[in-house]
Every structure is written in C-alpha cells, then in structure tokens.
Design a binder for this molecule. Structure first.
Ligand code: SAM
Length: 399
C-alpha cells in the first residue's frame, strides 16, 4: 500500500511511537563565553572580577588561550593561532635589493588585518643593573646556556648566527661581537625594556618611513606580553612587501624602502605621489575610502602622542644609540655608504640612501676646500690605512 493512503489507526500508532521515542538531544556548540565561564567555575580562586553581559564573574586565573586554540583548530583545521595567521598570510623572500630578506603578503589584505602574531624564537634577558659594556658578555652567557639543538636550530634559521658556534662554554671576542651585533639588529625590545626578543618572521620585516610603511607593531598582548602583533594600516596586494617603521633616535638610521627618505615622514616626492594618487581616485569618481589610509593620516595617527615623553631608554636602546653614533661618525671610513659596525671588512654595502648616507657624515661631492674631508686615502703598498699591518711586536717571551 501507498504510504500516503495509510489508515487513520496506523497513523495514530506511528504518532504514539514517535512521541514515546526519546528525542535526540541537540548538543549546543560551546562558544568562547561558555568556555570562559567553565574555566571560571573551575578556577574561581581569583578574587578579581570581570563583567560579562552585565554580570560580574570571577576573572580566570589562567588565560583561556588553550581553549581558544582548541576552538580555532576545530573551526579552521589549523594547529595554533600562529599557524593560522602567520604561515598562510606571509612568506619570507629575498627582496633582491640590499635590504636582503623581507616579509611578503601571500594574498590581498585590507587595513586593520592582524597579519602577524608570534612568539619570540630567542629572548635575551637584559638585567637593569648591568652596564652596556657587560651586556655583550651577558648575551654570550645566555647563548651558551641554550641547549645545543636550540642553538643549531637558530643558526639554521638565521644565517647571521652561523659564525657563532654551538655547544661551547664561552665564545671568542669575535664570535661574541657577532652575537651582540645580531641581537641589536634583529631584536625588538619588550615594552618594559627587560628583554630583547628575536622573532622568526617579525624580525625579518624591513624598514620604511611612517608615511610609506603599510603595517605597524601593535600594542602588548594582554595574555602573552612577549607576543608581537603586526597589523596592517594600508591595503596590501599579494606579493607586496610588509614594511614597518623602526628608525628611532637610538636605532640605526635606515633609508625608507619605498621613498628612500631618511626621515620619519615620506619624502616630498613621495608625498606628492600620494597626493596625486588621492586626486586620481577623487577625479575617477570612486570614493576616497578606496585608497585606504593615506600617508598623511598615518603620520597624524602616529604623531598623536609625539610630544608625550616616552619611557626611559632601555639598556638595549642606549646600546643602539651608541652604535648608531659610531656608525655615523666612523662608518664612512670603511665602506662607501656605511659600515656594519664591528665587521666593516666583512659586510656588504648594506644600503644606498639616495643622497647623503648619514646626516652628519661628509659626502664626497659636498666637501668644500675649507672643510677637512675625513675619507681614508686609498691603500698604499705599505698597507691599508684603516687596517694597518701588524708590526712585529715582542709578546714578552723572547726566543
Ligand atoms: C630586522 S632586519 C630585517 C631583515 C633583513 N633584511 C634580513 O635579511 O634578515 C634589519 C636589517 O635589514 C636591513 N634593512 C631593513 N630595512 C632596510 C632599508 N629600508 N634599507 C636598507 N636596509 C634595510 C638592514 O641591514 C637592517 O639592519
């Protein structure tokens, strides 16, 4: 018989059976708030309260990061927040310029996108009571405390660390200087100035002036203070380099990767180009919003707190300032554009700023007869004037 022509009695039976059968219970998918409150129930020892939905609940003693990662893994199929954001969003590539390696976006992204969020690959603790002269030895000691496989992994990841051996109790002066130099070049100081953090990806980001940079370093992560967050401030196309601003008074002065300017702001030429771009968008009838954040807006945002005195400089920042002064003063003696501080004879010319390499170093064309020109004369048969041949000096033990 056709099921549509079932007798009324038969239909009643089926309805009764359906009513008696236990209904499958719909399991609610836990969301972030559920997990948070679950954690609150288990860890209610904390006396600090937070307000969720108008209700006061005890603040979790432990950050529910693991729970978030679990949820992300379930939803996205990724392994962690890092994996979800970093490896899919950016890639390390050679810039094919003197900048060396850089970080490039893998897809088109909009402003405000959190493009990088990662934990340090290596952290050097910078004790406050240690003088700058001892800082190099401090870093050396901390390097020697690492396990050999950790040192090997870092050496494989950062080619600049290759001359620094693994598995030693002490380093030679040369190796120690390379390590120190690496830390100065690749590290970000923690907000409290106690640590120098080196990141696998974020430490590869190159510099651009505030106006040309398309990303900024975000504030401190509440859950994880050593995590660095890099957020876009401009729309970025796939394959475009991610650039942030990191020329500070105490750091090494680098030319902007986009406009070549040495200052914080875009060069006049770049500012004009930006303005033209804005006008082109306006005249083209599209909304001004399509151009994203303009360089002037970025500068204004950044300058908002410009006159608020910053925190006192950390030891690392002071070390950077001294190094920068040394490079500005003596760099021109070693290479045409500047030196890699202690390794001038090894370094390749690391940048070619468009006009004057450093604000106060003499440029070859600019010397007037009245001003003394400090460039070293070319090497003679007697040896280079910069690295003189070692004379045979007695070392105390005579034959
Ligand atoms: C934090 S590292 C960036 C990663 C580096 N490019 C690499 O190959 O590993 C900083 C160094 O990159 C180079 N660099 C970064 N921005 C630059 C720029 N705008 N112009 C020239 N060199 C730059 C400088 O040598 C600087 O000391």
């Amino acid at each position: 018989m056709d099921s549509a022509q079932e007798s009324p009695a038969g239909r009643d039976d089926t309805e009764e059976r359906n009513a008696q059968a236990p209904r499958p219970v719909r399991q609610a998918i836990p969301n972030f708030r559920d997990i948070l409150s679950q954690e609150n129930r288990t860890q209610s020892s904390s006396s600090v309260f937070v307000v969720v939905d108008g209700k006061e609940i005890p603040k979790p003693a432990k950050a529910p990061k693991e729970s978030i990662i679990e949820m992300v893994r379930e939803v996205e199929g990724g392994d962690s927040l890092d994996e979800m954001r970093n490896e899919y969003a950016v890639v390390i590539q050679d810039t094919n310029t003197r900048r060396g390696l850089g970080i490039f976006a893998t897809s088109d992204l909009l402003p405000d996108h959190l493009i990088l969020s990662e934990q340090p690959a290596l952290s050097f603790w910078m004790p406050r009571d240690v003088s700058m002269a001892s800082m190099r030895r401090e870093f050396e000691a901390q390097w020697c405390e690492l396990l050999v496989h950790e040192q090997e992994a870092l050496r494989a990841e950062f080619p600049k660390l290759r001359p620094v051996p693994s598995g030693r109790r002490t380093l030679s002066l040369f190796q120690s200087i390379i390590l120190y130099n690496f830390a100065l070049e690749y590290s970000y100081s923690s907000p409290d100035g106690d640590f120098a953090h080196i990141y696998s990806l974020a430490s590869r980001i190159n510099h651009a002036c505030r106006g040309c940079a398309n990303a900024v370093r975000g504030g401190m992560d509440w859950y994880d203070p050593h995590r660095i967050n890099i957020t876009l401030v401009k729309p970025v196309k796939a394959g475009e380099e991610i650039l942030i601003h990191y020329n500070t008074a105490e750091g090494r002065k680098l030319a902007c990767a986009v406009c070549g300017g040495m200052s914080d702001r875009p060069s006049r030429c770049q500012a004009l180009r930006d303005k033209l771009g804005e006008w082109r968008v306006k005249l083209g009838g599209r909304s001004a919003q399509a151009s994203g954040t303009t360089s002037t807006e970025v500068v204004e945002q950044d300058d908002f707190n410009a006159d608020v005195p910053g925190p006192p400089l950390s030891v690392m920042d002071r070390a950077k300032r001294i190094r920068n002064k040394t490079v500005r003063r003596w760099g021109h003696l070693f290479t045409r554009e500047g030196c890699d501080w202690m390794l001038p004879w090894q370094s390749s010319p690391w940048q070619s700023p468009p006009r004057t390499p450093y604000p106060d170093s003499p440029s070859p064309g600019a010397s007037s007869p009245g001003t003394p020109f400090l460039r070293a004369p070319p090497p003679t048969a007697a040896g280079s004037p910069v690295r003189r041949k070692r004379t045979n000096r007695s070392r105390g033990t005579s034959m």
